[in-house]
Design a protein around this ligand. Sequence first.
Ligand code: PSV
Ligand code: MN
Length: 399
Amino acid sequence: MNSTHDIVFHALENFFIETPSWGYADTGTRFGKFHQPAAAIDMADKLADAGQVHRLTGCCPSVATHVLWDFPEPGKEAEIVALASKHGVRIGSINPNVFQDQEYKLGSVANPDPEIRARATKHMCDCIDLGKELHCRAVSLWFADGTNYPGQDSIRARKHRFEYALREAHNRLAADQILLVEYKPFEPAFYQTDIADWGMAYMMAKIAGPQAKVLVDTGHHYLSQNIEQIVAWLLDENMLGGFHFNDRRYADDDLTLGSIDPYQIFRIFHEIHFYAWERGGVYPRIEYMIDQSHNLKPKIEAMIQTVTTAQELYAKAALVDHEAMVKHQAEGRIIDAEMCLKKAFNTDVSASIGAWRTAHDLPVDPLAAHRDSGYEAAAAAERSQRRIDLGISSASSYA
Ligand code: PSV
Ligand code: MN
């Protein structure tokens, strides 16, 4: 297997990416929301939209869910699973929500109040049980915990509270489940976030137990941080559990993948292909997920754009000539080693990707196919009417 065509086919055959339920609904910034008539209103709409993305791209079979947003009423789980399957997708990662309730003002599992900590830990355990029931492998943890002012709380005590809660959660896992620990340097906490970077997430995952790994959200880094180095280190430690993909210019901007810096995503994928090449082509199991809320772009179009960009960059990164690269590295030929990456990045893979899509009965241009399908207009008409029937306002709301 060495033609561009074969390498691209092989790469795409094994590349799946999960789309987030929250990327299909109306979202905004803290300054306001711009409503879209076709935005999903409920979980049925989100699953229908995710189904449309999967139908056209063939690589998004699962949908990440946020428990309080997507499973608000207990007892509806089977209905939601059936709906997902009706739309040709399945429920993927389960995201507990320990950040939106009023009790969590001072934190969830790191809250100074033991009762609130217990409540947050119980919610995580309930989510793990839900994952067992729905056969979902990944329970993905992100905490808004932190403080806004120096002296507000003991940084070390908060660390200890986290250690305890994550061990409790880990104890609850079934043998085939994993716990993903996500980090973020700031927001909503602005002085210190309890799990602020990959080192802290790594330590917390290690303390939690062997089924816990780190989740890298590409938007959760300081400007100019070398994310591929983090990825390489986590791979080397067998601690890379998954990704939340998005792009950013300033902070956690949730811009579509590759819109600002496609070469960075390529370099991240390169580290993964390189690691697998050193292991005779055996890839580690990594949960590839998108974490974007499309504020201005049409949501399904933005998701398709993201997914096809991810496929393109993953395929390009698979083209790096590793044999030549390691030889150049060993002999100190810096430019030649670097050019192995540049050459792959600059290769036009569109014909091979198009052929792969045709071979799978998929449209060569999923975005154009979506635009031609009339899905957006039909969803806009039906959902606008439903909003009126339900008395849901579509006026902008400002915080
Ligand atoms: C937080 O910014 C985050 O990246 C977490 O993954 C959340 O689950 C997600 O965004 C949605 O709010
Ligand atoms: Mn995330």
